[in-house]
Design a protein around this ligand. Sequence first.
Ligand code: PMV
Length: 354
Amino acid sequence: FEKWVLTVTAQTPTNIAVIKYWGKRDETLILPINDSISVTLDPNHLCTTTTVAVSPSFEQDRMWLNGKELSLSQGRYQSVLREIRSRATDFEDKEKNIKITKKDWGKLHLHIASYNNFPTAAGLASSAAGLACFVFALAKLMNVKEDESKLSAIARQGSGSACRSLFGGFVKWIMGKDEDGSDSVAVQLADEKHWDDLVIIIAVVSSRQKETSSTSGMRESVETSLLLQHRAKEVVPERIKQMEEAIASRDFASFTQLTCADSNQFHAVCLDTCPPIFYMNDTSHRIISCVEKWNRSEETPQVAYTFDAGPNAVMIARDRKSAAQLLQRLLFYFPPNSDIDLNSYILGDKSILQ
Ligand code: PMV
C-alpha cells in the first residue's frame, strides 16, 4: 500500500420512543419482545457526528468519544465491526490511486472520532445516535451496498434503539420472528415533513448517569415482571396499530393518549420489577401532573410527555403556540435555577420563548 488516509463523516440524530422497547428475547443479537415506534429528532439538535478513517499506516482500531479515547473491545462495537467488515465491497479512487479489495478491508485498521452535541451522560439516548452514526459512517467508508433497513439490523446489534435512528420522521422497529434477527429491522412510517407542526421540548431534570443501565434493567424486568409479559403480548400489539393510525392521520389527541399511557406503563413495569427500578423522580412526577392538569382543562390535549430510562421529560407540543404556553407553565412551576433546566434543550425554533 501507498500511505494514504480515506475518511467519511456522518451525522445522526437521536430518537425518542413513543411506544417503548423494553425487554429482549435474545441478548446477544438484541432482539426485542415487542415492536416499538419513535420520533427522530431534528439533526440540528441532539445528534452525533462521527468521522471514520482508514489508512495502511494505522496499527490498530481506535476510537475517541468527545476527544477521549475509549476501548473498542466491548461486545457491541465488535459485533458491529464484524458485521460491517463482512459486507465491505471493493473500493477504488483512481484519482488518488487508492484501491481496496473486499479482502483488504479485513486487514486495514480504523480510527473513529465521535462527538455528541449534547451531554453524553444526560440520559438523552446518546447511544442511539452514537451507534447509528457509527454504523452509517462505516458502511459508507467500506462501500457496503445495503439499504437503511438492512443497516438498521446491524445498528440494532450495537444498541437496540439505535436501529430507529437510521431514518428521520416516525420510525417503527419491527420485532421480527427469525432466530437470526434478519427481520428485526427499522422502517420509516412517515418522513420528517409529514407532521412538522410538532415541537419537541426536553426538560433536563438531572444530568447524572442512570443507576440502572437499560441493559440490566431490561434483563431484570424480563426475569421478574408479570406486567411486562402482559404488556408485550396483550397491550403493545394493539397500541402499535393505533399509534400508526394516529401518526398517519396526524390525530394529536390519540397520539398524546397513546404516548403518555405507554410511557406510564413502561415505568409501571420498572416498579413491577424485582428489585424495583426508579427512573423517574419527584420532579418528573410534578411535570406529569402539570401537563395532565393542563391537557384536561383544554378541549383537546396540547402536549404529550414521555420518559425513557431516566428522569428527563420529553414533551411533544401540538404546535408552536402550545409549546410557548407549555414553557410558560413549566417556568411558573419550575422557576429558573430550580430543579430543571429548560432553556438549553428547547428543540426547534427558539423564538417560541420570546
Ligand atoms: O437501546 P437501549 O438499550 O438504550 O434501550 C432503550 C430503552 C428505552 O429508551 C427506555 C426505550 C426505547 O424504545 O428507546
